[in-house]
Design a protein. Structure first.
Length: 210
């Protein structure tokens, strides 16, 4: 009998090899990739996300859990594609122009992937054109990160340029100096104070974009 709870538990503990072995075993036993993803990997990441929000775990634990999730996803991704399983949505994530910080951005990418999104990681120091190209490439949500107060205006620049280019896409922002007030000021569609909240905000925005 496939141990989907064991997959979730292994992910929570950051046991990449355990997760990989149990995912392979579940696949060999004929369990569908979507069930393994939902009841194993996503179930585990949901618990990590909830604990992260409550400050019961911190960035290192989330990174280790995300590495375990990645080990499982490496096996499941081709199977999910074969089965025609649709992702929750497509999101492009990047740190804005002039900002080279990526730990927060990487956490968001991992949490989004672990929740079933198709994520286009644009990297750091992204100019407005890079976000516009991602939106034209099918991203339903553009997620921008900034750690420096000096790079915050780049977020407004991206939103203004998206509108000028006539691109219809939802935008969300986050990072240490970012607030809901700033998101409102620059007309971003969403704001997330942390990586776990980014998943909730992304789900809302994708639903609104449909």
């Amino acid at each position: 009998m496939a141990d989907l709870q064991g997959i979730a538990d292994g992910l929570i503990k950051g046991q990449a090899q355990v997760v990989s072995d149990l995912v392979k075993k579940a696949v060999d036993e004929g369990v569908g990739p979507e069930e393994i993803l939902t009841d194993g990997l996503i179930a585990g990441m949901n618990i990590i996300g909830a604990r992260f929000k409550k400050n019961e775990v911190y960035v290192p634990e989330v990174l280790i859990a995300a590495r375990a999730m990645h080990a499982g996803m490496g096996i499941l991704e081709p199977l999910l594609a074969e089965a025609g399983v649709e992702p929750l949505g497509k999101i492009a994530v990047g740190t804005v122009k002039g900002d080279l910080h990526d730990i927060g951005k990487n956490l968001v990418v991992m949490m989004l992937k672990g929740s079933g999104f198709n994520v286009d990681d644009l990297g750091v120091d992204c100019d407005a054109q890079k976000f516009i190209d991602a939106a034209k490439g099918g991203a339903q949500v553009i997620a921008m990160s900034a750690l420096l107060t000096t790079t915050m205006p780049a977020m407004k620049h991206v939103i203004d340029n998206l509108q000028s280019a006539g691109v219809s896409v939802k935008t969300m922002i986050g990072g240490a100096p970012i607030t809901q007030g700033y998101a409102d000021e620059i007309r971003a569609d969403g704001y997330a104070p942390d990586a776990a909240s980014a998943v909730d905000t992304a789900k809302e925005l994708v639903a609104a974009a449909c």
